[in-house]
Design a protein around this ligand. Structure first.
Ligand code: SF4
Length: 346
């Protein structure tokens, strides 16, 4: 199999000094054993396979793809909840993969997460106030009860909840309110960076917009940087400055959000976009649909060459032999497809 020469790193730090996060050649392979007693791996699930990207301070990078594409694993590797198999996670100038436990603990304050499911991510036996306030105590950010209560009240107000709700338990809140508690908890330690892992997927559509608007307001107020993970392209469009599309552990396209919606290059992005409903029924009926056949292949045994080739509607013989790297096809618009990158005659 041929691999294309040297891939591009979208918005590489060398071109822009205002980079908060740089992910370089990240790989996350999970070993798979042969049986209950055997510890020897017989294979590896390649959940993330050599991806590179950057996130600028104050921006939101949307990461999209079908379930199992590696987007959540990428978020967890960045937060060092998983130890990456290979690659670097450079956050604010420090490679997190090289930090010892003590320094990583201090760094955790800078990076927080908002989980998908507001029903299971909150401890049902703790009050909302204690859920939000716990990180303040863990990180020693308050002196005394009075300051603790005031901070918790401020945080509740920041996310649109009334301070008197601090003594309530999670089951007394609606889904949207619970997600607000999750947001307040993430905010409590004044982070620079938040991984929002499908934060609205479990919510009603009407509530989704409220949470997204809240996240946007908080970003402006506290100068936050987001990695916003979602499987729904219509959700990321609203909140993201740039969008990265993942497929089977690979980054297949990345660009400014308007550009990627106006001018998708990779056949997988085109297929995802053609599935997004358009409110105007006339326009919706006129547009070309790209229908994908088959299931996403197993990351335990990914296809050769371009991992998308078994489902790609425009695949050629070269596609199973060549692994396309992410390349700048148009200014600040990156794609990994041999048709777009000019290697179609390999
Ligand atoms: Fe399709 Fe080939 Fe491009 Fe992969 S490299 S997206 S299979 S055309």
């Amino acid at each position: 199999m041929t691999t294309m020469p040297e891939a591009a790193v979208p918005n590489a730090a060398s071109q822009n000094g205002d980079i908060l996060l740089e992910v370089k050649n990240l790989k996350m392979y999970f070993p798979v054993g042969s049986g209950f007693l055997s510890r020897k791996p017989v294979g590896y699930v390649k959940a993330v396979d050599d991806i590179s990207f950057t996130v600028k301070r104050g921006e939101t990078l949307g990461l999209v793809g079908e379930s199992g594409c590696g987007k959540t694993t990428t978020g967890r590797c960045i937060l060092q909840l998983y130890k990456p198999t290979a690659g670097q996670i450079i956050f604010d100038g420090q490679d997190l993969t090289q930090l010892n436990t003590k320094r990583m603990r201090a760094m955790r304050r800078e990076m927080q997460v908002i989980f998908q499911d507001p029903y299971s991510s909150l401890n049902p036996r703790m009050t909302a106030g204690n859920i939000i306030g716990e990180p303040l105590i863990v990180h020693g950010l308050v002196k005394g009860k009075q300051e603790y209560r005031e901070k918790v009240a401020d945080l509740l107000q920041n996310v649109g909840l009334n301070p008197y709700m601090a003594d309530r338990f999670p089951h007394e809140f609606s889904g949207g309110q619970r997600q607000r508690i999750g947001v307040a908890r993430a905010l409590s330690v004044s982070p620079k960076f938040i991984v929002a892992d499908e934060p609205v997927s479990a919510l009603d559509v009407s509530i989704q917009a409220q949470i997204i608007n809240l996240l946007e307001d908080l970003q402006e107020q506290f100068n936050l940087t987001y990695l916003f993970i979602a499987h729904d392209l219509s959700v990321v469009r609203h909140i993201s400055d740039r969008v990265g599309v993942m497929y089977l552990g690979h980054m297949v396209e990345m660009s400014d959000r308007n550009e990627i919606y106006r001018n998708p290059i990779h056949p997988y992005t085109k297929a995802l976009l053609s599935a997004v409903p358009i409110p105007d029924p006339v326009l919706d009926a006129q547009r070309d649909r790209v229908l994908l056949t088959g299931e996403v292949p197993s990351p335990l045994n990914p296809p050769s060459g371009c991992v998308f080739h078994p489902r790609c509607p425009v695949a050629s013989d070269n596609c199973s032999a060549v692994l396309p790297e992410l390349r700048e096809v148009e200014p600040e618009h990156y794609a990994a497809c041999i048709l777009a990158t000019g290697y179609g005659n390999y």
